[in-house]
Design a protein around this ligand. Sequence first.
Ligand code: NAP
Length: 519
Amino acid sequence: MFRLQSYLNDAWHPGDGPTRPLVDPATEEVIAETSTGGLDHAAALAHARTVGGPALRALSFAERGGLLKAMSRALHGHREELLELAQRNNGATRGDAKFDVDGATGTLSYYAWIGKNLGDARFLVDGEADKLGQGARFVGQHVRLPRPGVAVHINAFNFPAWGTFEKVACSFLAGMPVVTKPATATALLTWRMIQILVDECELPAGSLSFVAGPPGDMLDHLGPQDVLAFTGSADTGAALRGGKAVLHDSVRVNVEADSLNAAVLAADVGVGDDVWNTFVRNVVKDMTQKTGQKCTAVRRILVPAERVDDVTEALVAELAAIRVGNPLTDGVDMGPVTSASQLRDVRAGIRRLADQARIATGGADPIQGKGAPDGKGFYVAPTLLVAGDARAATQVHSHEVFGPSATVLPYDGSAAEAAAIVALGKGSLVSTVYTDDRDWLADAILEMGPWNGRLQAVTGKVADQSTPPGMVLPNCTHGGPGRAGGGEELGGARGLEFYTNRVAVQGDRGLLKKILGEA
Ligand code: NAP
């Protein structure tokens, strides 16, 4: 059986403990195995800190950017192979695979550009110097210095490429070495990407390490200058936040977790308008892209009560036409979910929602995937539910079904009520509002905004040029309050903040200017 290896201390390690299988979710065929038994995680973190950290910090932003550019190019050079791996191990259609793989290379390239613009500096100057004493000479200048520790990244199963490299891009540009751990079930793509980078890019020694499976006791060895960036379920996030090293050494933690994202249609949008069409297109894409396994996918569709039937009819027509099956089969629009446990969770979740809402299309029953062996593969139908009362459908606001499922919720058409319903989700990554009513939009931004990390406003003038709301772009921050984890990633140069310490340097203005380049 093909064994994925971990890359620690600048060497590959097969692991020698119990193995975990990696499965093709379209057929249930076991395609690889992995083991992290016997790995010395303490030594690996120390190597990254003492060898990788100094090497990265010695480079200027422009040089770190150059490294990111080389990484992006190397990975792009293997694009076809990477897309195939995503299709095999993730159940991704070719389009889904591109979303993940091109998202990774695109984000690396974007941060290469930020690095180029930051130029020869090796740290960030934060604001201007403030006069502190009676004379002009004694000042305080804030700077952001790279943390002399290691960045440990733990990622979810749904974005083995993008999830890994959006974090690596920010860490590397800030000057921190990385130990990255994808979810075990879909680690094949990440493993191959790391292998390409090790073979083809002159990575500074110790700068990039990779754990192909459960991380054992690694997190017990985190120290005061280390950071832990986690993406996954709220439960795992909460457990990691409570880790001994995290609590006692104030390890900085970022959590990107569950989210009950919303699409909100305002009352001014007419059936068949440009804004209406974009709304229908975005909702269907969000529900079916990556088989709904996107942290940013819409789960709650808020619709003025009088429009519920029109919206349901339009969405059911589109969803019923989606062909579900093996992504390697011609004419398949949506693949399986990525694992047997995912399939169980999604089916159970749909049943839970169906206690409080009617199923308009789809459902929790097993389906045969097109082009899949009989009864094999983790397939589920795109499922739209409709609730009679948005507030009474409490499960919709508390339970994330991480698959191709969303619920239509009626509301009274006011921005205040829409915001209050969105808030029942206790914090989301993104909500999208569809309207051309400027007053309604102003209220929605102010009242709904604080419950989201990102708010997308689709109006007539941008309906045909807005990016799909589920797409995370490196220019804007990604993260959300409350149940979404309370974290923040990306957002251009803001993405470097997590990996740097703000230090107030007080002293002689002239001297500080020479040393820091400002003051
Ligand atoms: P998960 O079960 O929480 O696992 C996430 C990661 O944590 C995996 O790499 C997993 O490793 C690891 N992990 C689990 N227990 C651990 C422990 N005790 N110590 C260290 N690592 C541990 O989540 P998932 O099922 O992969 O992902 C689905 C969830 O992620 C959904 O709820 C989705 O909303 C959320 N998500 C959020 C975002 C975002 O940006 N906000 C993005 C994507 C997904 P193993 O695989 O080895 O168990």
